[in-house]
Design a protein around this ligand. Structure first.
Ligand SMILES: Cc1ncc(COP(=O)(O)O)c(C=O)c1O
Length: 360
């Protein structure tokens, strides 16, 4: 390297900042970034491979810029009478969220979220030159409709993020909070349902609130429940006019023909792909129960991960687990660590390693 980053004419607001950086280490048990640790079932992988092979034969041409087949697939998967015109997709829900901020935030505007929450909201906000406003949560990271509405009304943000259920805490978010926040702002309200499939089956999605709320967007991802993190496919549902706004900021042909083919094929197997969800939820609940029995303070989780407190020295425990081949996440909440539910064997490996490490 001939110069340092600081010597380059970088934007002033990016100077001294650090990038997203969850450690990627080749450890035998990786439970740090809330992936689905179950691989795609072989029969589904074969079908996806065939679809990609076919798409490859036409890869000399640009892909369908409007990814219509994929939007039809997501509309059908989400149900509730949604039309393809109400669907958008991107390379991971991170890109979908970025499109929303590019269209509705930007320089001189503000973006609000209840902290602690998904760390990328703040980074995406910075990336579009907006200012982040951190709201607060109550006891055990919950937020009530009244408190949420009051905070949002006071902050008057251009965009509000509601992470439902919340990362990194796992906390459910009742729909009355979404309704109250929507009524308390003239801005865009994004409900990020990345972990929706791990919530109880009878818990309603914010997708049911879309009718008559043109400033509401509900984002989802194939990275978690669909075990598709490496393929990078996220999507959202909203009013067709809001979708039109996203066309103004996306790069042309942003979803490759190979990505579209893979995602359409995977969606055809939604039932098989989602079978693993029940198994993951069972491992999550076993993890929570065992952590509690070990004396840790376990937070309620509607996701595929568990946040636990009562850790005397999170950095030391994280390192001791690392040394035993188990990678989890220190998300910077004092006294806490976060761990993703793994396969039965991975979950056992984590719980045994933690019991071995003891309280430190
Ligand atoms: C709350 C939340 N939203 C969005 C994402 C991004 O997922 P992806 O870009 O893989 O779709 C994550 C990933 O961990 C997440 O936790």
């Amino acid at each position: 390297m001939t110069v340092t980053l600081d010597e380059l004419p970088i934007r002033d607001d990016l100077r001294g900042q650090t990038p997203y950086g969850a450690p990627q280490a080749p450890l035998p048990v990786a439970l740090n970034v809330n992936e689905n640790t179950h691989p795609v079932p072989t029969e589904v992988a074969d079908d996806i491979a065939d679809a990609i092979a076919q798409a490859l034969r036409g890869v000399n041409r640009y892909p369908d810029r409007e990814f219509l087949s994929l939007r039809e697939g997501f509309a059908q998967y989400l149900g509730h009478g949604l039309e393809p015109a109400q669907i958008w997709a991107g390379n991971g829900s991170n890109e979908v969220l970025q499109h929303l901020l590019q269209a509705f935030a930007g320089p001189g505007r503000t973006v609000f979220g209840f902290e602690p929450t998904y760390s990328m909201y703040r980074l995406l906000t910075r990336g579009v030159g907006s200012q982040w406003i951190g709201g607060t949560r109550g006891h055990d990271y919950t937020v009530s409709a009244q408190d949420a509405a009051d905070q949002v009304a006071r902050a008057r943000p251009d965009v509000v993020f509601l992470c439902a259920p919340n990362n990194p805490t796992g906390t459910p978010l009742p729909l009355d909070v979404v309704e109250a926040v929507y009524d308390a702002t003239d801005g865009i309200v994004i409900v990020d349902e990345a972990y929706e499939e791990f919530a109880p089956r009878d818990a309603p999605s914010a997708v049911t609130l879309l009718g008559g709320r043109p400033r509401l967007a509900v984002s989802r991802t194939m990275s978690k429940a669909f075990a598709f993190a490496g393929a990078r496919v996220g999507y959202l549902a909203a009013d067709p006019a809001l979708i039109d706004a996203l066309r103004l900021v996306r790069l042309p042909y942003h979803l490759s023909a190979l990505t579209q083919a893979a995602a359409v094929a995977a969606l055809r197997h939604a039932d098989t792909m989602l079978k693993m969800v029940d198994e993951i939820v069972a491992q999550r609940d076993r993890m929570s129960a065992t952590l509690e029995a070990l004396g840790y303070q376990v937070h309620e989780s509607w996701t595929n991960f568990v946040l636990f407190g009562g850790v005397a020295d999170p950095a030391a425990t994280w390192q001791a687990l690392y040394d035993r081949g188990v990678l989890i996440r220190d998300i910077g909440i004092p006294g806490h660590l976060r761990v993703t539910a793994g396969t039965e064997d991975e979950t056992t490996a984590f719980l045994e390693a933690l019991a071995d490490v003891g309280s430190r």
